[in-house]
Write a protein that binds this ligand. Sequence first.
Ligand SMILES: [Zn+2]
Ligand SMILES: [Zn+2]
Length: 390
Amino acid sequence: MESAQSSDSCIICNKPNALRCNRCKSASYCSKLCQRGDFLVHKLLCSSFSAFDVSKRPTKQHVEPEDEYDRRYQSPNARPFLNDHGREVPIQFNAVLARRLLDAVCVSYRDTFLVDGSAPNSSVATITTTQPGYHHHWCGPIIAYGKVGSDFDPEECRDIDMHDFRHVADYFMSYGTDLISVPSSPPMNCVKVKGVRINCLGDQKMFNKPHFEEIELSTTSIIFRSHETSDITKRIGIPIYTKRCFPHPNWANAKDAEMFGNESPYNNQDATFLHLCIDPEAKEDFSRGFLGWSWAPSQWQQDVGSTIVVRQDKKPLLPWHAEALCSYCRYHARDCLAHTIGEYAPDKPMSKSLALSMICRPTFSIWWYRMCREQRDKGKIVDAKIPYDE
Ligand SMILES: [Zn+2]
Ligand SMILES: [Zn+2]
């Protein structure tokens, strides 16, 4: 896990000795790239933050009396805004940036806002529209404030800064999205599973990441509890779990057509083809993004982003395994499915059952050894065994 944030480290990538924003002097960036990554969120508050009237702030003595455990809690008087149904959520981890926070930021909101007639919160909507994809429908007043430390229940308040604003924004943007963040390495002393991160165009081009990247996850990782699966790899005897990752802010909004060759930085065709539907009984359900036989569901077609893949049996999945599985789905299985829907006319479309009979363990074995041979012919070494042997 990356280390915690300190105020002079880059808000986006956490590199130390970053430079402060010229205007608000509150957010730090290591580079133009990271500054640009934060820009759409930062610009919403930079100017008004730099014009804060500090003379009107409450004094340090603004504390509540000691409670029965001799603790003096400082908390903003949020009650008039929250209709007595307030919920305080301490943010101690930024899921988008995969980073633990040194000091917590709290947000308080009406916990009944979806049913009590609260008006949509247009400020939060402005924040969440800086990133494509599904976003929670935030309503009613929302109050954010800083706390000292990131214990379970911090007592003391502190001034909020533009780094906190980034964390609050990421909280709103990531809430309810079911995406995963990947710490650079799982905590020590835990059982680890080798998996693969299939990097989307944005992560490949902007961070020079390999297409198929070896990663380690702990057995307690969320992917083992909440995930999607691949029909095709299950059918050939290698069931996997898949999960999409949070888009990195540095490319999430990049319209840098040159760097991405006029494609979307979210583009991840390999992950798309891994999720082709091969259930012959599958019904289309457009409201749920489900397009039926031979198609990947809509969340695997647009704004896909990088994707984590692990084996369900927790045996190691190596980059070369993932590459072979993706290539098999993309160039073998996809062609069989395309034939059934008439893409090889004038040839009469083959039946779904014939296509299914061609998507099986033996054809994957043939595919695997052919790929290995092609690599060797190019002088490359393949040091992975066929995944059935692992
Ligand atoms: Zn940075
Ligand atoms: Zn600023």
